[in-house]
Design a protein around this ligand. Structure first.
Ligand code: ADP
Ligand code: MG
Length: 344
C-alpha cells in the first residue's frame, strides 16, 4: 500500500489527471483489447469487426438540474451522449445498458417519463436496450449508460490519426447548448426569487433545445460510410471545442491552426451571447455539450467535405512545434487554451 497520510484533493489533478492517476497501473493484457482508456470508446477485436464500448454517467445536481430538466428529455439525452461516443469512432451503435440509482423522491410515473425518453432515443438511433441495474440512492438520481457499437476494424477512427496538412472540420453549430443552459439557470434564479413570474423562454427554443434535447451525428457517420470517406481522426464535442482540439493535438502529436471566422456560430447564439454580455467566441470554444463531431480529413478529401451538408472547415493540422493557435477575426494570433467543463 502507498503511504496513506497524505490527502490530495481531486481538484489538484483535475478530471483527466485523476483518470490518468487511477489507471496508471493498468496495461492491456488480452490481445483482443485494441484500444483501452483514452478515446471516445474502447475498441475490442471480434474478428473482421471491432466492438466499441463507451460509458457515461449523469448525476443530478452535477450534469442536470431536476428543476428545469424534463425527465423525458433527460432519458433521451442520456442515450444520445453515449451513442455520440460510438459515432465519434466512426462506428454504428447497436445496444445500450441503462443503470439508475433513485431516491424516493422519484415515483414510478416519473421514471416512466424517463424511460419514455430512453425508448424514443433507442428508436431514433436504432439501439436495443439489453440490460442495466436499478438501485436506491440516498439523494437524487444518477444514471449510468453503456453504449455498444460495431465497425469494420479498418474503419475505426481514433483521436490519434491527425497529421500535418489535414483539414479540421466540425459538424453543425457550436456554443448553443452553453447558452441554453445560461437561459435555464437565469430563469431558475428569477423563479426562486419571484415564484409567480412565468418563465420567459420566447425565441429561446433553439438554444434551450440544444441543452435539453441534443442529437448525436448519426447522419454524419452514414454520410462517411456511403461516400467512402474516412476521417483521419475524430472526437465528439462534449467538453467544448478547445478542449477536444487539445485531445486531438496531444494524441496525434501535432499542432493546429483555427480560423475564428470559420467557426460555425448560429445567429441566435450570437444574439443571445451579446445580450448576456458573453463573447460568442467563448461559447463556441469553451461551451460544452454540443455533441457535434470534430474530425480531420486528408487534404485529398477536401472536395468530399466541402459539399458535405452541415460541415464546416475550421482550420488545419500543422507540425507539433507550431503549437495550438487561433487566428482571430481581428487578425491576431492567440494561443488556444482549453477550459472545458469542470465537474469537480
Ligand atoms: P468522453 O468525454 O468521450 O466521454 P471521458 O473524458 O469521460 O471521455 O473519459 C476519457 C477516457 O478515460 C475514456 O477512455 C474513459 O473510458 C476513461 N475513463 C474515465 N473515467 C474512468 C475511470 N474511472 N476508470 C477507468 N477509465 C476511465
Ligand atoms: Mg467523447
Amino acid at each position: 500500500m502507498e503511504e496513506n497520510n497524505k490527502r490530495t484533493d481531486v481538484n489538484e489533478l483535475g478530471e483527466f489527471g485523476v483518470i490518468e492517476h487511477l489507471t496508471r497501473n493498468f496495461a492491456l493484457n488480452n490481445p483482443d483489447s485494441i484500444k483501452g482508456i483514452g478515446d471516445d470508446a474502447a475498441v475490442i477485436d471480434i474478428g473482421d469487426e471491432a466492438l466499441l464500448i463507451s460509458t457515461d454517467m449523469l448525476v443530478e445536481g452535477i450534469h442536470f438540474d431536476a428543476a428545469y430538466t424534463p425527465l423525458k428529455h433527460l432519458g433521451y439525452k442520456s442515450v444520445v451522449v453515449n451513442v455520440s461516443d460510438i459515432y465519434a469512432m466512426n462506428a454504428i451503435p447497436t445496444q445500450i445498458t441503462y443503470s439508475i440509482a433513485i431516491s424516493n423522491r422519484y415515483s414510478v410515473e416519473a421514471l416512466d417519463d424517463l424511460y419514455a425518453g430512453v425508448l424514443k432515443a433507442c428508436e431514433m438511433y436504432g439501439v436495443d436496450l439489453v440490460g442495466g441495474d436499478t438501485t436506491s440512492s440516498p439523494k437524487g438520481l444518477s444514471i449510468s449508460v453503456t453504449a455498444i457499437g460495431r465497425a469494420k476494424k479498418e474503419q475505426v477512427v481514433y483521436r490519434s490519426g491527425a497529421k500535418p496538412g489535414d483539414l479540421i472540420c466540425v459538424t453543425g453549430y457550436l456554443g448553443a447548448a452553453y447558452l441554453g443552459l445560461q437561459i435555464l439557470e437565469r430563469e431558475k434564479q428569477i423563479y426562486l426569487e419571484h415564484p409567480t413570474v412565468q418563465p420567459d423562454l420566447d425565441n429561446a427554443a433553439y438554444l434551450v433545445e440544444s441543452i435539453l434535447k441534443p442529437e448525436a451525428r448519426k447522419d454524419t457517420i452514414q454520410y462517411f460510410h456511403k461516400n467512402n470517406l474516412k476521417p483521419t481522426s475524430m472526437i465528439d464535442i462534449s467538453d467544448g471545442l478547445a478542449s477536444e482540439l487539445h485531445h486531438i493535438a496531444k494524441q496525434s502529436n501535432v499542432g493546429l491552426f483555427i480560423e475564428e471566422v470559420n467557426l460555425p456560430i448560429h445567429q441566435e447564439t450570437q444574439l443571445k451571447a451579446i445580450s448576456f454580455n458573453i463573447d460568442p467566441l467563448t461559447c463556441a470554444l469553451h461551451g460544452g455539450e454540443d455533441y457535434e463531431l470534430l474530425f480531420t480529413v486528408d487534404s485529398k478529401d477536401v472536395e468530399k467535405v466541402k459539399y458535405m451538408p452541415d460541415v464546416y472547415i475550421i482550420g488545419d493540422i500543422v507540425e507539433k512545434k507550431e503549437g495550438l493557435k487561433l487566428h482571430s477575426s481581428g487578425g491576431k494570433i492567440h494561443n488556444l487554451t482549453a477550459q472545458g467543463w469542470k465537474h469537480f
